[in-house]
Design a protein around this ligand. Structure first.
Ligand code: FES
Length: 71
């Protein structure tokens, strides 16, 4: 399996709405980090769906190596 690209060596903070879905980029190739933009096409990767449980700030992984991804 391929290794993901490190998008940044820090987490991405963003505001979330409870129950709203987003698709976190696993491969690190998206030009619209932290979200999947289809840049993984032709690789072994697929985006991970994230649904916030409550409103507020969430922190998603930027290095793509978290054992608790996407957090
Ligand atoms: Fe990275 Fe889709 S662009 S998972």
């Amino acid at each position: 399996m391929s290794e993901p690209v490190v998008a940044q060596k820090a987490r991405y903070p963003f505001e979330v709405e409870a129950g709203k879905n987003c698709f976190w980029c696993v491969c690190g190739k998206s030009a619209n980090q932290l979200f999947c933009d289809g840049g993984h096409n032709g690789t072994d990767f697929a985006p991970v769906k994230y649904t916030a449980e409550k409103e507020g700030k969430a922190f998603l992984c930027g290095c793509k190596a978290s054992s608790k991804s996407p957090l």
